[in-house]
Write a protein that binds this ligand. Sequence first.
Ligand code: ZN
Length: 315
Amino acid sequence: MTDAGDAHRAVQHADDELYERLRAYEGRPAATGGVGKDLVNEAMIRHWCEAMGDTNPAYAGPGAIAPPTMLQAWTMGGLSGHTDRSGAYDELSDLLDGAGYTSVVATDCEQEYLRPLRPGDRITFDAVVETVSARKTTRLGTGYFVTTRMDVRAQGEPAGTHRFRILKYRPAKAGRRGSARPRPVVNRDNAGFWEGVAAHRLLIQRCGACATPRFPWLPGCNACGSPEWDTVEASGEGTVFSYVVMHHPPFPAFGESGEGGPYAVALIELAEGVRMVSNVIGLPYDKVRVGLPVRLEFLRTDSGSQLPVFRAGEG
Ligand code: ZN
């Protein structure tokens, strides 16, 4: 038996033991008896709609409902925080910190809407540590995904759920980190878009009721609220509507010849009238300009996925 073998087995044993301790937190409360700081109210709805540019008439006037996607707004603690957080979540976090998984990144959230919320609704909530994943290695580093589920109620009746997932991880060694572009996050709302991209087709959603095109992909129409939709394939023609140049942090997968930057991130206006964030290729970052004509291409990344990018037009 070699020393290296012993060391490996010792590490494996410690990992198994840690995972058992982490899993013991599944089902334990992360917050109990939470109370929304405000009743559902017209002012917050109006500010939200203005910030989102959402003019849906369902959210204003007599009989208005709150935008369903505001669900979390009614449970957030604000700067002064909530006092109803349980010790279990902090203990879980401390356990991971103590084992060296000190970094954290929010990976995704998923909401389910069970009934519309209206001004005057009184929000209460509980949260539970729903799952802790087995140890996973990602491009950021190795760690554990922790999913918290919040059950939101109005007047005590179920109104929705909000699942929130983080990765608590030990950062990968410098140099390896970020050597390939991160893979896109594919979810139920955008899966069709990424299937299109894999087949080198850029698909835009089109409302089945009012024919308004939309991007990025959403479950419903922002113009009329209809959940019916089909898709149209973009011609690939577009112009740079706006752009920023990223200088920091350097990210090796991006930039000319992969040196990490600076690089231009552009908002492309497609000929079909929708806009999408992408990269402009074939041009130095400091030559990108508003109004620049660009044409769609598909870039195969190191991780094997396809990404839509835009090549600057000739001249
Ligand atoms: Zn519509």
